[in-house]
Write a protein that binds this ligand. Structure first.
Ligand code: SIN
Ligand code: FE
Length: 305
């Protein structure tokens, strides 16, 4: 894998960066290619996390223009909402110009502010971000689409230190079978029926395709697998203050082992908009197990009514 540095992006001729991302690389902008006002950054770094007024993770939901993870003082909450909204819109605009084919069909997911020092956070294993893992969201199954995340380091002086390893096809070929891929694939009909059953009782249910169930499991499986953690090749990169980077975090196993004060925006990229849909993790897994792991259209919709 490579960290692909993009300098003076505005000056470049139009390049299709999709193959770089789809083969498991990280696009790195040493200078953040959109405006992030200094006073907004000061405000975020100065938020007070003692006393519980502000939670440890701040999430912004672009669709409803709302922030979660903050209580207390309404003026602070309002300023925060404005700053997160500006960041979110700036990233979406920039990423849409960088990757217009994806932008035509992506779903805008949440943005977040990560205020805490990552080193020594003492989190439970499943929440640790310093162990290599692929991302999967328990509450937002992708049904085979991909998780694209844009990060910005707004610490005034410290780098944000990442480690990544070989992309999904390599890691899945080695570990998907022992993680129980075949079992998940074969139970697929049953899972669909039980989701429909609970849905018909009016119970809240996150209808997960077999793909989403495997990815949720694989996230934790990789974190727990000491052989993988110890032996997989590691490529380290220190993202400097003021830089921005993006990658598919379900296709690229990654870990952050130190750094503080990052902003992030997630975009769910439609598999159909890929330069090569065969590189999607779902396609890789279907090839490995010889079965379909998502319904072509609307698995979650069909299962939730
Ligand atoms: C992650 O593991 O998805 C978090 C990476 C980061 O916060 O830098
Ligand atoms: Fe992650």
């Amino acid at each position: 894998m490579k960290f692909v540095t993009i300098e003076n992006w505005h000056a470049e001729p139009l390049i299709d960066y999709r193959p770089e991302l789809e083969t498991g690389n990280v696009l790195f902008f040493p200078v953040t290619p959109f405006v992030l006002p200094a006073d907004a950054q000061d405000f975020l770094r100065g938020l007070n996390f003692s006393g519980g007024a502000v939670h440890k993770n701040i999430a912004y939901r672009p669709a409803s223009d709302r922030v979660t993870g903050i209580g207390g003082d309404p003026a602070t909450a309002e300023r925060l909402r404005g700053i997160m909204g500006d960041y979110s819109r700036a990233v979406i605009d920039f990423a849409g110009r960088l990757l217009p084919e994806y932008a035509r069909a992506w779903k805008v997911d949440y943005a977040s502010f990560r205020p805490l020092e990552e080193q020594g956070r003492g989190l439970p294993l499943n929440k640790r971000n310093d162990l290599l893992h692929t991302d999967a969201f328990p509450s937002r199954p992708t049904n085979g689409d991909l998780i694209l995340r844009v990060f910005t380091n707004i610490h005034p002086s410290k780098t944000r230190n990442w480690m990544v390893t070989d992309p999904f096809p390599v890691v899945a070929a080695k570990y998907a079978k022992s993680a129980g891929l075949q079992g998940v694939a074969e139970a697929s009909g049953l899972a669909y029926q039980s989701a429909r059953f609970f849905g018909s009782l009016g119970l809240p249910v996150v209808a997960r395709s077999p793909y989403d169930r495997f990815m949720l499991h694989f996230h934790e499986y990789l974190k727990r697998n000491s052989d993988f953690q110890a032996t997989t090749p590691k490529y380290r990169f220190d993202f400097p203050p003021g830089s921005t980077w993006l990658t598919f975090t379900d296709l690229v196993p990654h870990a952050v082992y130190s750094g503080q004060h990052a902003l992030e925006q997630t975009l769910i990229v439609s598999r159909g908009s890929m330069a090569d849909p065969g590189r999607a993790p779902v396609a890789v897994l279907e090839q490995l197990c010889g079965r379909k792991l998502v319904r072509e259209s609307g698995f979650s919709r069909a299962a939730s009514n």
